[in-house]
Ligand binder design. Sequence first.
Ligand SMILES: Cc1ncc(COP(=O)(O)O)c(C=O)c1O
Length: 471
Amino acid sequence: MAAVRDLRASEAADIGDDAVELAKRHLIQPWPYAGSVGAEARALIGEGDGIYITDSTGKRLIDGPAGMWCVNVGHRREELARVMYDQAMALSYNTPWYTMNAPSAELAKRIAGHAPGDLSHVFYTTGGSSAVETALRFMQFYNNVRGRPEKKLILSRGGAYHGSTYLSASLNGRPRDRDWMDGADELVIKLSSPDPFRRPHGMSLAAFTDFLVDQFLDTVARVGAEKIGAFVGEPVQASGGVVVPPDGYLKRIRQICRDNDILYVSDEVVTAFGRLGHVFASGDMFGIDPDMITFAKGVTSGYFPLGGVIISERLLEELRRSNHPDALFGHGLTYTSHPVGCAVALKNLDLLEEGVLAHTQDVAPYFQAQLKTLEELPLVGEVRGLGLMGCVECVADRESKDPLQLDKDVGKRIDAHCHELGLLVRPLINMCVMSPPLVITREQIDDMVGILREGISRTMDDLRKEGVWRG
Ligand SMILES: Cc1ncc(COP(=O)(O)O)c(C=O)c1O
């Protein structure tokens, strides 16, 4: 034991407690490349305040991605910190297996009040992946209890991101995510991404929508509705590059699901809790009433890991009336219904309702209009978005929409310049995704877009100098 302690002490002295060095030696960060596992340094962030974060060199940066689309009400909200402290002092944890706590019930009531249709009950998880996993396991259970054990296949789409647990990750459809990773492929059918920018050349938006709907119908006809349990889709594909689907598409898919007894799972892990100016976007923005909605991230503005699934009363009633009232849904997490998470989520919802949602609706058109001005730059193929979600997609050639030979680097190159200039960008291959804290002001939007413009201009200069792009 002493030897171990000595080793640790000398090790710590050796590396001077430098967090970056410690991380290189001991920390595995998400989405590492094989060659960099455990050897990579990422920017060390020490503080956050409002829309800003400060790195270890003291540089203040606009938090362009709001963490990971999650710090919705901004950093350093004393109200949230205080409620976490108070709840931890009152009750830090209780087992959800045999007991319950009041904040989780109160939050479930308020969430159900905001949810569309007959979504009435909440099952809490630890984040988005476990929320999607829970929705899918519930679909399997539901069909087992109904005597339809064959009805388990899941429809997902290109460009989708639904998580990093085995089943949720099997739904992912972004390039490269699955190149080196296994998945439950036998359970999943992939459809096309509803990405208008990547629709076939010359095809109208209406024709593209028809194509997507026909593909869905054809798939149901080919595979058989009796084998398909669920469709899972983000209202706006977030990590796939802020893909806003064509008008009417989601409603039509919802109807096909209803007609074919396929559960519609709306993955609102990113879009819920204010990102599009509403608590939930499915009903308020897209006019659909899913069978289940998954949420996470913004529910606590990232102050505590919490997620969940809201489930339709109709499905629960069917289970209650089934021939198997003793069938057990053998699914639960130690931190399901965590009192601290639910308490902070209640306070966060207060903040959203008391002004942050209205503010988001107010500044979102300005945010979109300002970002759109970046289309003046020849490296930019399209700027798109909705609410406070935006994406700048770079292309080598605007006609062919070629996403650049150097696609791996372009987002990262822009991010590196922007970091110098005071903005954290979320680089995604050839795209830069922007989703700042919802409390951002018009002046701060100007700063953000100004820095992004300069970062892209510097990247264009670099690419020209290197002779790899002639835009
Ligand atoms: C739409 C969507 N679903 C699920 C997830 C997974 O959430 P988590 O990382 O909290 O497990 C994410 C994460 O970004 C997401 O964007």
